[in-house]
Ligand binder design. Structure first.
Ligand code: GDG
Length: 461
């Protein structure tokens, strides 16, 4: 590890996961995901450092090197995990920013801890950044960092990107700490959002709350301007496209279909088990189609992968129970011997198995009630160079802005979801190819590399 860095990523989590080797030793493995893939080359070429939490409470670790990046662990105590991470980040901000689809908690102790943990991240960044360095802060857990860091280090160039939606004023207004939060973000030189709508919400809020003026994408403060722009995040198209051409993956995709009993239609959902993802409503739609005999269990199987998530937050525990009850009901009513119409998995898979599942699925069902972008939708598109496969996509996912040829649905309209699921299942190969070709062109052009480079270009210009 060598000294200071000219390029820093500051994120809640480090881009590595701990693995325990067969001999009992612990080591690190790069976390899966587009963000890490996109930023690794930038980090390597700029001698970058990544600051974040290891994911384990009460752990004090020295900085270490991984894959050409300096990783700087920021320690978090067990109590802070509860108040800053599970509390203010995931029980206050997450539901508030996702259209209040669950009730946000407003607790002072959570807020205080959020502030002090943000301060610790800002201090660590201030210590690590070289003079004039570029610092890129990620996501809703760290919205106070830009202003805190600017105060300590006015020489830095600071960018912030929000991965989740930025809510309309009426919702944000409820937050008792609204002013400090907005001022936190305004510490950045560039605040990036998934969509133009989020950026517009933010500018209007700044005007109303702080009476600061804006013109097009710029907000004018007394001594400087802050740029606010959309940068829709994307996936590593090239990697996924190559993966699904691998004979082993093709073989596995065929095998999956056989294991499912060779139905005519394989429908697939892949989500973190989160109440914003609309898992229950898509199962409801599928269950009704079975009940109305518009499809039979011989014809169609719904595979739902629900990756474990935030399991210590009450709302998430309840959700898991609800979904599992619902899956049990549908299967109880519609299964035949040896055939269950819903195949539900509360597990994580490696990315090769996931790619095989995408390839095997005829209809990908993505129905969030609100979602910043939704990478699953783009991953599915990237996996279909065969130009087959249909995407049913919620209008409330950021991805719907770009993937206009999907079977778009309003997830609050169960009849509409059922209709689009039927259209997707019954579409001709020609129709599927027409839609898929256009969507693939979009994802291939705006991949995750382009996302990162456009953000950094805007930050450094
Ligand atoms: C947030 C925003 C925004 C899922 N299960 C497995 C697995 N995954 C991967 C998917 C995908 C990722 O996790 C999930 O990304 P999403 O975008 O769908 O959703 P969030 O986790 O809510 O992400 C979202 C995103 O940030 C990026 O800005 O798009 O709106 O909410 O990549 O493939 N990966 C593996 N095994 C699994 O079981 N390997």
């Amino acid at each position: 590890m060598s000294g200071r860095s000219s390029f820093l990523i500051v994120a809640n989590r480090l881009p590595v996961d701990r693995v325990i080797e067969p001999d009992g030793r612990a080591s690190w493995r790069g976390s899966p995901g587009g963000l890490v893939t996109a930023l690794t080359p930038v980090m390597q070429s700029r001698h970058g450092a990544w600051l974040g939490w290891t994911g384990a409470a009460d752990e004090l670790l020295e900085p270490f090197e991984h894959d050409g990046m300096d990783l700087i662990p920021v320690p978090i105590t067990a109590e802070e995990v509860e108040l800053y991470y599970e509390g203010f980040s995931n029980a206050t901000l997450w539901p508030l920013y996702h259209d209040v689809v669950a009730q946000p908690l407003f607790e002072r102790a959570m807020w205080e801890t959020y502030r002090s943990v943000n301060e610790r991240f800002a201090e660590a960044a201030a210590r690590t950044a070289e003079r004039g360095a570029v610092v890129w802060v990620q996501d809703y857990q760290l919205q106070l960092v830009p202003a805190m860091l600017r105060k300590m280090r006015p020489d830095l160039r600071i960018g912030f990107f929000l991965h989740i939606p930025f809510p309309p004023i009426e919702l944000f207004w409820r937050l008792p700490w609204r002013q400090e939060l907005v001022e936190g973000l305004l510490g950045a030189d560039l605040v990036g959002f998934q969509l133009a709508g989020g950026a517009a919400n933010f500018r209007q809020l700044c005007k109303r709350l702080l009476n600061v003026n804006h013109k097009s994408s710029e907000i004018f403060l007394d001594d400087r301007t802050v740029k606010t722009l959309p940068f829709p995040i994307s996936v590593d198209f090239g990697e996924l496209d190559a993966l699904v051409r691998d004979p082993q993956i093709i073989h596995r995709a065929k095998e999956i279909r056989v294991e499912l009993g060779d139905p005519e239609h394989v429908l697939l959902g892949v989500d973190r088990l989160d109440y914003t993802k609309g898992i229950g409503l898509r199962l409801e739609a599928f269950g009704e189609l079975l009940k109305e005999q518009r499809i039979t269990p011989e014809e169609a199987v719904f595979v739902q992968i629900a990756t474990p998530s935030r399991e210590r937050v009450e709302e998430y525990r309840r959700l898991r129970d609800d979904i599992e009850l619902q899956v049990g009901r549908i299967n109880g009513e519609h299964s035949n011997m040896g055939r269950q119409p819903v195949q539900y998995f509360h597990q994580s898979y490696d990315k090769r198995e996931l790619a095989a599942l995408y390839l095997a699925a005829d209809v990908m069902v993505v129905t969030p009630l609100r979602d910043g972008m939704n990478l699953v939708a783009k991953e599915y598109v990237a996996c279909h160079h065969d130009h087959q496969g249909a995407l049913v996509l919620s209008e409330f996912a950021g991805a719907a802005n770009e993937l206009r040829q999907a079977y778009l649905v309003n997830p609050y309209d169960v009849e509409g979801v059922k209709r689009q699921m039927m259209s997707a299942m019954n579409a001709s190969p020609h129709e599927l190819a027409r839609r898929m070709r256009t969507m693939r062109r979009r994802v291939a052009t705006y991949d995750v590399d382009r996302w990162a480079s456009e953000f950094l270009r805007a930050l450094e210009s």
